[in-house]
Design a binder for this molecule. Structure first.
Ligand code: C2E
Ligand code: CA
Ligand code: CA
Ligand code: CA
Length: 285
C-alpha cells in the first residue's frame, strides 16, 4: 500500500504543469495573508438590492463579500471563496460578514430611519452545518448589536443538504425558531432539488441565476421556471429570482407571480456608502 501511495504522488507530481504550479503559488500566498487580511479588515460587505415585484420597492439586500487588498485591489469572491471552502477559513469570513451586517443594521437603526426596514441576507457555507451551536452563536452576535433576527436572512445553498440532511434540518429549525429567515440559495442547480424541499424548513427559495442567463428566451426553460414558482407558492415559500438582467425577464417573472427580484437590471452589488446613497436617492425620487 505504501508503494502505491508513493507512486500516486509521483504520478500526480508529473502532471503539475506551470499553470498548476502558478495557481498553487497564488493559493499559498493567499493562505499566508488571509488571517492578517481579516484582522486588517480588508474583507468588505457589498450589498445588492432586492426588489419586491409588486411595487418595485427595495425590501432588502444580499451581503456579498469583497476582498479589498491593498496591493491587488478589490477581488471578487470567486478568487478566494473556493480556496476558503477548502481550508475552512470561509467559516471565519461568513461569521465576520454576519457581524458586519449586524453593525450596519445597528447604525441604520440609530442614524438612518429610512433604512431600518431592510432585511439583509448573509451567505453561509455548508461547512457551518457541522457546527450545531451555530444558531446560538449567531443569536449571541445579533443580541450584542440589539438586532432582531427578523432583519437577517441566512442563505444556504441547496448542495449543502446531501451530506447530513438531519443535522441541517435541526440547525435550520433552530435558526428559524430564533427568528432568522432562511433561504435556499441557487435552487435548481444541484440534482435532487424537489426532494430536498420536502424536508427543509426554509421560508424563501432563490432560483439559481443559471435559469435566467441560460434560458432567457427559451420556452422550455420558461416552463420550468413557471412550475418551480407554482410549486414554491403551493409550499408557501417566498420566491426570489436572482440574476435578473432584462425587462423581458422582469415582465415574465412578474406575470408568473415571483415575489422578489435581484439582478443587474435593478442594481449591481455596491459598497455600503454607495448603497446608502442609492437607497436615499430612490426614496427621494
Ligand atoms: P451567490 O450567493 O449566488 O450570489 C449572487 C452572485 O450573482 C453575486 O456574485 C452577484 O454579484 C451575482 N449577480 C447578481 N446579479 C446578477 C446578474 O444580473 N447577472 C449575473 N450574471 N450575475 C449577477 P458575487 O458577488 O461574485 O458572488 C459569487 C458567489 O460567491 C456568491 O454567489 C456566493 O456563492 C459566494 N459568496 C459571496 N459572498 C459570500 C460570503 O460572504 N460567504 C460565502 N460563503 N459565500 C459568498
Ligand atoms: Ca447567495
Ligand atoms: Ca445564488
Ligand atoms: Ca451561491
Amino acid at each position: 500500500a505504501k508503494r502505491s501511495i508513493k507512486d500516486n504522488s509521483q504520478v500526480s507530481y508529473a502532471f503539475y504543469d506551470d499553470g498548476m504550479r502558478h495557481s498553487m503559488m497564488i493559493e499559498n500566498a493567499i493562505e499566508n495573508r488571509m488571517e492578517m487580511a481579516l484582522r486588517n479588515r480588508e474583507f468588505e460587505v457589498y450589498l445588492q438590492p432586492k426588489y419586491l415585484f409588486s411595487d418595485e420597492h427595495i425590501i432588502g439586500a444580499e451581503a456579498l463579500v469583497r476582498w479589498n487588498d491593498p496591493k491587488r485591489g478589490i477581488l471578487p469572491p470567486n478568487d478566494f471563496i473556493p480556496l476558503f471552502e477548502k481550508n475552512g477559513f470561509v467559516k471565519k469570513i461568513d461569521t465576520y460578514m454576519f457581524e458586519e451586517v449586524c453593525k450596519l443594521l445597528q447604525k441604520w437603526k440609530k442614524e438612518m430611519d429610512q433604512l431600518t426596514n431592510m432585511i439583509i441576507s448573509v451567505n453561509f457555507s455548508r461547512l457551518h452545518l457541522e457546527n450545531t451551536s451555530l444558531p446560538e452563536e449567531l443569536l449571541a452576535i445579533a443580541n450584542r448589536y440589539h438586532i432582531d433576527p427578523k432583519m437577517i436572512e441566512i442563505e444556504l445553498t441547496e448542495g449543502t443538504v446531501f451530506d447530513n440532511e438531519n443535522q441541517m434540518v435541526a440547525i435550520m429549525n433552530h435558526l428559524k425558531a430564533s427568528g432568522f429567515h432562511i433561504s435556499i440559495d441557487d435552487f435548481g442547480r444541484a440534482y435532487s432539488s424537489l426532494n430536498t424541499l420536502k424536508n427543509l424548513p426554509a421560508d424563501i427559495l432563490k432560483l439559481d441565476k443559471a435559469f435566467f442567463t441560460e434560458s432567457a428566451d427559451n420556452a422550455r426553460g420558461n416552463k420550468i421556471i413557471t412550475s418551480m414558482l407554482n410549486m414554491a407558492k403551493d409550499l408557501d415559500l417566498i420566491t426570489v429570482a436572482e440574476g435578473v438582467e432584462t425587462q423581458e425577464q422582469v415582465d415574465f417573472l412578474k406575470e408568473k407571480g415571483c415575489d422578489i427580484a435581484q439582478g443587474f437590471f435593478y442594481a449591481k452589488p455596491m459598497n455600503v456608502i454607495e448603497f446608502e446613497d442609492f437607497v436615499n436617492k430612490k426614496l427621494k425620487s
